[in-house]
Design a protein around this ligand. Sequence first.
Ligand SMILES: Cc1cc2nc3c(=O)[nH]c(=O)nc-3n(C[C@H](O)[C@H](O)[C@H](O)COP(=O)(O)OP(=O)(O)OC[C@H]3O[C@@H](n4cnc5c(N)ncnc54)[C@H](O)[C@@H]3O)c2cc1C
Length: 402
Amino acid sequence: MRRILVIGGGIVGLAVARELLLRLPDAKVTLLEKEPGVGRHQSTHNSGVLHAGLYYAPGSLKARLAVQGIRRMTAFCREHGIAHDLCGKVVVATSNEELPALEKLWDRGQRNGLRHLRRLSPDELQEIEPHVRGVGAVHVPEEGIVDYAAVCAALQREIESKGGVVALSSRVTAIREQGATWVVETSGGAHEGDYLVNCAGLFSDRIAELAGVKRNVRIVPFRGEYSLLAPRAQSLVRHLVYPVPDARFPFLGVHFTRMIHGGVEAGPNAVLALAREGYSWGKISIRDLADALVFPGLWRFMRKYPALCGGEVVRSVSRTQACRALQKLVPSLQSADLIPGGSGVRAQAMQADGTLVQDFWIEERPGALHVLNAPSPAATASLAIATHVVSLLPFVPPVAGD
Ligand SMILES: Cc1cc2nc3c(=O)[nH]c(=O)nc-3n(C[C@H](O)[C@H](O)[C@H](O)COP(=O)(O)OP(=O)(O)OC[C@H]3O[C@@H](n4cnc5c(N)ncnc54)[C@H](O)[C@@H]3O)c2cc1C
């Protein structure tokens, strides 16, 4: 019987473990997660948005897997009774200078196969979102919001019902090869497997290194901080309202998100975190900081984009400045309408030249596969990513469409 170890119980690792059990019903699949529950990091510290693939370069893995992913994720939610709402999104150009970039998004959306995209004039935008101002917009009706914590819980239940094991409180500390067998030491005991799939998110590069892989890319943690709209301001947005993003970065810009269980969030920004799980400025890890600071890519990135790094820090510490950025989309928003909210940390892979890896990045090695860049929209796309990842394993029979 083939024994497969999946490291990381976020939405990607869970989806991979489930897919393995669907495709290889006789395999012994064990998922190792360091926390006492699944989905405790990126998978539940996010915007809760179902992205349809508007932003991504046509032909990229992100484009392909986001489009397949949103359709599969909504079907999964329907099947499991998980709260979701395809409420639609508007991407808004707030100045004429942003119109060419908006046009490019429209073009990408068409080429990526999104359905029912609509260009909106300022008047049409106001019909959908009366408090939002822009010189043009694109309406993406396929997108929506979802309860990703419930998705993670449903995936865990499905894994366990199919005979898989979800080993919680099992932090991977060492990995060694013994002949054709991987021996993985964890805080909860040792596990053996013939094949390893690394889905460790913010620590995926370190897990890869434990398994003998040279770190070609480094995970750089970018924290995203949210504000909540005070109840009196929540009627200012009806759906999802996004700016035209800066195409140099894989971040989508601070947006307004109606949340699946009520309320509206604004954010997230993107500041360098001082720890890989640094959910606030007070959380500092000397090891993580040293790891980042000795990486030449980070210095090159900061030299190349000083305004981005500085501006984001200012908006992080000043509510007035954060509000000013949001007022471009909703001019009547007041800084008193913003209440500090939660945060999440993006596991963003960076190359040694300081380039942020835009696409999903998966490294295949003998007996192992490492998912080294699975940032947004990987929650939406997780089921499609899992099918793609599992299809790369040499012993898995192909299915139609592989
Ligand atoms: C602020 C923010 C907003 C986002 N918004 C959206 C959105 O609206 N829509 C969307 O589709 N995507 C969004 N994303 C992206 C999405 O959340 C991630 O792409 C996705 O959750 C990645 O899942 P993952 O399983 O790879 O990572 P994670 O959820 O981080 O899971 C990795 C797991 O590995 C475990 N682990 C790490 N090290 C070890 C170890 N040594 N031993 C054992 N276990 C270990 C961790 O505890 C963790 O549970 C957002 C992300 C952020 C941060």
